[in-house]
Write a protein that binds this ligand. Structure first.
Ligand SMILES: *[C@@H]1O[C@H](CO)[C@@H](O)[C@H](O)[C@H]1NC(C)=O
Ligand SMILES: *[C@@H]1O[C@H](CO)[C@@H](O)[C@H](O)[C@H]1NC(C)=O
Length: 344
């Protein structure tokens, strides 16, 4: 009986493999970085209730902003050197190639919403800092403190620990031992980039949505890097870096060490490779390889999807990241599927 059961399962798997061969795709599709399941659900239900792919990406990222996904998205996380949480976000329309983004956004919780307002109510692409806050307020967003007890605590522990870690180099006093203010050191020495990588200081939600009509959108939202130097902006709000979408080719979204990743435009690269016919997994892998060649120890991952809804992911194998998890929902499974890829 048990043997028959096993045979049945084997046969079932075999049949499913025939019906749904590897890389089987179906539309619509929502895919996002990390196991941020509620974000996937929010995006999927936006699509199911007749929303556009932009609505889906906005709803998914906004959900993460409200839930403070892992503390790495939204208010109350990743305080900078002054203890303030600031947000970066972007959204891209793969039909029109329009992008709206905000960076170093202060005192507004719904960064992805403001990014969308930049796209829909201005001819600009990226607004930053206090001016972005003023724009947001004029669009009806409420300004409020983004500090929480948790972010305050992270900040005061950091101060107590002599401001370690931090992101300064070639300065006096020695930034690896003491707090600032720092002055430039007369003689510059080349330092191997410090390994700050830590899964919980680099998470970002990156999301891709594709509907039945082949419309693509992508977006990101993050509160950046814990203890960042005020004004620091990473890859997330940069088109082609944090995310990219072209309804004629595919979409990608990246997460990880933004200071390094933004030098390589990995999302743009992956989309261009898919345009040239690369399989989404292979495109993702090539985008990671390109960075790896220069920064073998960078912390990062990327998700890719092509216009037919095939998808894949890749990540750089470093201590603390040997497998990367992401969420997928498509018509195969209307409840989000947790997917993982082995880093290489
Ligand atoms: C934050 O800390 C203050 C002071 O310790 C306390 O009164 C307040 O209840 C805390 N708030 C939350 C949300 O934990
Ligand atoms: C998407 O990728 C899959 C898997 O490589 C491939 O079979 C399919 O043809 C691709 N779709 C397009 C439109 O290139």
């Amino acid at each position: 009986m048990r043997r028959q059961g096993k045979m049945f399962v084997s046969l079932l798997i075999y049949t499913l493999t025939l019906v749904f061969p590897a890389g089987y795709a179906s539309l619509p599709l929502v895919i996002n970085t990390w196991p941020f399941k509620d974000a996937t659900v929010a995006a999927w239900s936006a699509l199911q209730s007749g929303g556009s792919v932009l609505d889906a990406v906005e709803a998914g990222c906004a959900r993460c902003e409200m839930d403070q996904c892992d503390g790495s998205v939204g208010y109350g996380g990743s305080p900078d050197e002054r203890g303030e949480t600031t947000l970066d976000a972007m959204i891209m329309n793969g039909d029109t190639m329009e992008v709206g983004a905000v960076a170093d956004l202060r005192r507004i919780k719904n960064a992805i919403g403001v990014a969308r307002a930049v796209m829909e109510h201005t001819d600009h692409t990226l607004l930053v800092g206090q001016s972005a806050t003023m724009f947001a307020e004029s669009m009806g967003f409420i300004a409020e403190d983004l500090t929480t007890n948790k972010s305050l605590n992270i900040f005061s522990e950091w101060l107590k620990g002599n401001c370690q870690p931090n992101y300064w180099k070639n300065v006096n006093p020695d930034s690896s031992k003491t707090c600032g203010p720092y002055r430039p050191k007369a003689t510059q020495t080349w330092n191997k980039r410090a390994q700050h990588a830590n899964t919980h200081s680099h998470d970002t939600i990156g999301m891709i949505a594709i509907d039945n009509g082949g419309h693509l959108a992508a977006g990101t939202s993050t509160n950046g890097l814990t203890h960042k130097i005020p004004g620091r902006v990473g890859d997330s709000p940069i088109a082609g870096s944090g995310a990219y979408a072209d309804s004629l080719a595919g979409a990608a979204a990246a997460t990880g060490d933004g200071d390094v990743m933004m030098r390589f435009l990995p999302s743009y690269l992956a989309v261009e490779l898919m345009r040239a016919g690369a399989d989404p997994s292979a495109a993702c892998k090539s985008a990671i390889s390109r960075i790896k060649r220069h920064y073998s120890e960078f912390f990062g991952a990327i998700i890719c999807a092509n216009t037919t809804g095939h998808y894949g992911a890749a990540c750089n194998k470093v201590p603390g990241l040997t497998q990367f998890h992401y969420m997928v929902t498509n018509s195969e499974s209307s409840t989000p599927m947790l997917k993982s890829v082995d880093c290489f």
